[in-house]
Design a protein around this ligand. Structure first.
Ligand code: OSB
Ligand code: MG
Length: 386
């Protein structure tokens, strides 16, 4: 007789909620205000259940995925592969989702992370320890959207430092870059960690312009060039003192290895949604650690459900820089979990000691915010993809 399977998802409920951001968030490629969020609820046959979040945005302004493509991918191709199937553990799930299905990493991640969350519940161990986390508090940074003038950015940056944030990230784009960063550095002084994130707004021909940022002693410059580029980033890194950090370009452990080999930058932002889930995130963490490259956990303006997975991931040892893990109140008038995510006055978020997501889900509120809902069971016949 084989050992009893420890993970078998019996059904899932996919839903969309709308959650309004307290203030609109502008990056170089677009503006976000009313967040449409896909949530997934996973059940096993014994009644254990948990939630996960798909981080895809409404528009393809960050990667090619959107909430609509993710919905389609989960319903048609991804959930059917997992439902009713027995796994020895959540580390087996990613390979099953990956086989012969290209892309759709955020959709894959929603399913895969849910399997980690469900395992945490079933085995009664914290998500952090299931993943190999070693820390009980993780440092938090803030990501500040593009503002209409440098003075407004300075005000927000000063408030963030006063609130205890350990890293100040400012979004930049051509025309709103060097002067904004100069103003923030001048206002905050030399001891505060500052970085900039361009979300692919520049070309390699902007190298001399970008090199002006070297004057401000930034911790890093995140994703200045093309969203799938590694080669031009390597050239840019050779010509800049500031460490380049890649976000959009790192979609898998292979891309992380390529980045290290090509010297396309010196730091990696890991977002589980972008790389297809927690197994890939751990693998990238491990190759970066072996290559002497620090990583940190990025954010996608998640609700408190997505935040639970990011915080657990960020408790791994090589997450040595503050993550984009702001408290719930930074984004939402009210989150969908309780307690809401907070940070202490040293800018640290506490890794939950409870199993599963480590926070309670406000199910009545989620129900009230739901605009569509679909139940997925192991009945669909697979066409083409098996
Ligand atoms: O590039 O990290 C990014 C938000 C939307 C799209 C892309 C990015 C971001 C952030 C937000 O920087 C970080 C957060 O969730 O606080
Ligand atoms: Mg980024």
């Amino acid at each position: 007789m084989s050992a009893p399977a420890t993970l078998c998802v019996d059904r899932m409920i996919l839903r969309e909620i709308r959650l309004e951001l307290k203030e609109p968030f502008r990056i170089s490629s677009g503006l976000m205000s009313d967040r449409r969020i896909a949530l997934l609820e996973l059940f096993d046959a014994s009644g254990a259940r948990t939630w996960s979040e798909c981080v895809a945005f409404q528009l393809p302004i960050y990667t090619s995925e959107t909430i609509e493509t993710a919905w389609l991918a989960i319903r048609e191709w991804l959930a059917p592969r997992i439902l009713g199937r027995e796994f020895a553990g959540p580390e087996e799930v990613a390979a099953v989702l990956e086989k012969n299905i290209r892309g759709h990493n955020m959709a894959k991640a929603a399913v895969e992370m849910g399997c980690w969350g469900l395992t945490s519940v079933v085995r009664d161990v914290t998500l952090s320890s299931l993943l190999g986390g070693t820390r009980d508090r993780v440092p938090t940074g803030i990501s500040l959207g593009i503002q209409s003038e440098p003075g407004k950015l300075v005000e927000r940056a000063q408030a963030a430092v006063a609130a205890g944030y350990r890293k100040i990230k400012v979004k930049i784009q051509p025309g709103q870059d060097v002067e904004y960063v100069r103003a923030v550095r001048a206002a905050l002084g030399d001891s505060v960690g500052i970085m900039a994130d361009a979300n692919s707004a520049y070309k390699l021909s902007d190298v001399e312009h970008l090199a002006q940022l070297d004057a401000f002693d930034l911790i890093m410059l995140e994703q200045p060039l093309g969203d799938d580029d590694l080669v031009r980033h390597a050239t840019l890194q050779q010509r800049m003192k500031t460490p380049v950090c890649l976000d959009e370009s790192i979609t898998s452990v292979d891309r992380a290895e390529d980045m290290i080999a090509l010297k396309s930058g010196r730091i990696i932002n890991i977002k589980p949604g972008r790389v297809g889930g927690l197994s890939a995130s751990k693998a990238i963490h491990d190759v970066a650690q072996a290559g002497g490259m620090p990583v940190w956990c990025g954010g996608m303006l998640e609700s408190g459900i997505g935040r639970a997975y990011n915080v657990a991931l960020a408790s791994l040892p090589n997450f040595s820089l503050p993550g984009d893990l702001s408290p719930s109140a930074r984004y939402w008038a009210r989150d969908i979990v309780s307690p809401e995510w907070t940070m202490d006055d040293e800018g640290m978020v506490h890794v939950p000691k409870k199993t599963g997501l480590g926070v309670s889900i406000d199910e009545d509120r989620i129900e009230a915010l739901t605009v569509r809902r679909e139940e997925l069971r192991a009945t669909r016949t697979m066409v083409g993809v098996s």
